[in-house]
Design a protein around this ligand. Sequence first.
Ligand code: PHE
Length: 453
Amino acid sequence: MKNHRETFGSNFAVIMAMAGSAIGLGNIWRFPYIVGQYGGAAFIIVYLIASLLLALPIFYAETILGRASRSNTFQAMRTFAPKTLWRHVGFLTIISPILIMGFYGVVGGWSIQYLYKSLTFSFVRSTPDAIDYYFGSYISSDFTPLIGLSIFVAIMVFITLAGVKKGIERFTKPTLPILMILIIGIAIYSVSLPGAYKGVEYLIKPDFSKLTARGVAAALGQSFFSLSLGVGTILIYASYMKKEQNIFSSGLGTALFDVVFAIIAGFAIMPAVFASGLEPSAGPGLIFKTLPFIFNKIGQTLPLVSGIISIVFFFSIFIAALTSAISLLEVGVAYLSEETRLNRKFATIVVGGIIWFLGVLCSLSFGLLSDITIGGENIFGIFDHVCSNILMPLGGLLFTIFVGWKMPKSTVYEEFTNNSTKKFNIKLYPIVRFLMRYVAPIGIIAIWISIYL
Ligand code: PHE
């Protein structure tokens, strides 16, 4: 091996690290609010189709490219297509994760603030109206959200400084199951609230007349965002995979885990939205208004239990956000430390600094900089929209075209079937190849054409 890269210990560790990247604010924060903006069940159906037919094949394309090249995106492209324009695709995978982190870090900071409010038992003692009002006044208060943002970025940088195995692997293994159990518990409670059935109906009874071309594009964007695709994150994690690990099962495992998680989060939030009289289309603040409402409600009868659940819950959201953030940071760090003379530690600090600065801009766009808008969206919204609906599908498109059409066929086959040793993968290979070559690229382009033309 030309470079002595660290590797993940086991197949399970790969799934957990990839799921740690995939499961994050995208499932808990973004999924419920996007579902609410684009009309519920019909949107979810499109999201599921997009995940299976477009996102999953691209997940495989990234994994194959990452493990075959055992390197960052630039080097991967250079290995299989030397001296071509393909090497510039690498830039996209440096820019996109840093832009994503700009708004992601802000929401990570919100989760820290809400953890702090939980620790002081604020939600238990508050009233539903005050909880609703609090979110708006908090995010527009310029300085306070910057504290959470700064803590979030600092912790993320610190963990990355500890290195791949010690930092990431150790961190991601125990936290996801805890989060899963909590979110299931909250979903059960939420569904049992008076008036919740309307929210359940909203999630399971599709009304396709409400589905717009923008909604379809948003479903595509959500499936990419949620699975961490098109930005080189999965590619980089796959480059730390061992040769004997199974690409097919780790991809499917991660995707299933991710989609199920998002749906359960939908059931935790949406019924409570209807039960509390909130608007499903309330936007990025949706979970920060709904969850405290739930905790307040539980607190009417069981204040201590409610307080503890709210602490554990916001702590878990914070951890889920952190494991995703670490994977976003890793792309830029791996690039800078392997392609330039910067050492890994210094690269981490440089990328962390840029992310913090962009985060400040996004955070201030709810207050001081709220006048700066494009098409009605503030800086935060623009970052989110451009990354999720344009840059991530674009990255995914390029990866799948590269792996489907440019990379040596034999390498793709060897990677997917572990050198023809996995019978099941051999059988599935023609389908996956067809999805990578035709369905995924055509699907993405068709969706773009439908909204921009
Ligand atoms: N998938 C992560 C989430 O759902 C976000 C993410 C996007 C992480 C891209 C890495 C790369 O929160």
